[in-house]
Ligand binder design. Structure first.
Ligand SMILES: Nc1ncnc2c1ncn2[C@@H]1O[C@H](COP(=O)(O)OP(=O)(O)OP(=O)(O)O)[C@@H](O)[C@H]1O
Ligand SMILES: [Mg+2]
Length: 310
């Protein structure tokens, strides 16, 4: 079932088109990764979908309700963890969650159990009585994620949930996200700069750059792209001869300086090619397989750089 459906979503500020004609659909049980560099329009998109910012144009339907018309209904369906930390520093961790639960008018007997479960989920139960101002950055981020879940949302928006976290804390947050996404049949949108994060968590990934969605893919598609761009580099004494042999075998290649570069797709088999080269007396100095990282594919798609192979 489609829980979030946006069409032609646009947000224009005086000088900037922050979001440009975005379409996206998020289904129940799905983790949707919105991936993009700084200023791409991720937060703007999240703020619009979570009712805090009015779009310039476009339509959004959330669980059958229309954004702009049924916002109070929508607010009760969603949980939001914003990019900025917006906790109350002079309350304890537990009090922050309790206060949020009271805003959502969650009955007291439910509050108690839910808050305990959430504090345990984000591994803050033992620190629940400490003032938030004494928490580390990572603890605050985890508490804020827990707070987004207090209202038991059907749709959860996490704007850069691992921003500023150490690699170890990031992995812990990934674990929580996986856990609650599995346990509850919710739809989840998460934004991130990190391809690795989208790859690890999301079933669907949209790459956003300068307000536009420039690619919609599954992490597997992105990975396949990386795999397809594997290349073999052969440095040897007779490059022209190697080129001829490769061509005969059905693998056209280029020579760059004295190095032969050939894409490793279309059934390329090193087992077949190497003996053919040896038979012809080619002396190989170096043989190297290169493959772009997921990060390179991302950079290539967003035109931030022009890496070819690493
Ligand atoms: N209130 C505003 N007034 C004018 N321009 C804005 C406003 N809010 C955002 N922008 C611009 O809109 C664009 C998108 O910003 P947004 O915060 O959505 O990006 P982002 O993808 O979340 O970036 P980051 O990864 O840095 O958080 C940027 O160019 C930003 O400067
Ligand atoms: Mg942002």
């Amino acid at each position: 079932m489609t829980l979030v459906s946006a069409r032609n979503l646009t947000k224009t500020y005086e000088k900037v088109q922050a979001v440009r004609e975005i379409d996206l659909d998020i289904e129940t049980g799905e983790i949707f990764g919105l991936l993009g560099p700084n200023g791409a329009g991720k937060t703007t998109t999240v703020r619009i979908l979570s009712t805090t910012l009015q779009p310039t144009s476009g339509t959004v339907i959330i669980d059958g309700y229309r954004l702009g018309k049924d916002n109070s209904k929508i607010k009760h369906l969603i949980g939001v963890c914003s990019q900025e930390i917006t906790l109350y520093n002079d309350l304890t961790g537990e009090e922050n969650l309790k206060y949020h639960a009271s805003l959502y008018k969650i009955p007291r007997h439910l509050q108690k159990v839910r808050i305990k479960d959430l504090l345990e989920l984000v591994e803050l139960f033992d620190d629940r009585g400490r003032l938030v101002k004494t928490y580390s950055g990572g603890m605050k981020r985890r508490l804020q994620i827990a707070r987004a879940l207090v209202s038991n949302p059907k749709i959860l928006f996490l704007d850069e949930p691992t921003l500023g976290l150490s690699p170890e804390s990031r992995r812990r947050v990934w674990k929580y996200i996986k856990n609650f996404a599995q346990d509850q049949n919710i739809a989840l949108l998460l934004t991130t700069h990190y391809l690795e994060e989208a790859d690890h968590l999301a079933n669907k990934v949209a790459i956003i750059d300068q307000g536009k969605i420039i690619a919609n893919a599954t992490p597997k598609d992105l990975k396949d792209k990386v795999t397809l761009e594997r290349r073999l580099q052969i440095t040897c004494n007779q490059p022209q001869k190697v080129i001829e042999i490769l061509k005969r075998e059905g693998f056209p290649a280029d020579v760059i300086n004295r190095t032969i570069v050939l894409p490793m797709n279309n059934g390329f088999s090193i087992k077949k090619v190497l003996p053919a080269l040896w038979d012809q007396g080619v002396e190989i100095e170096e043989i190297l397989m290169t493959r772009p990282s997921l990060e390179d594919v991302f950079l290539k798609l967003t035109n931030n750089s022009t890496p070819e192979v690493i």
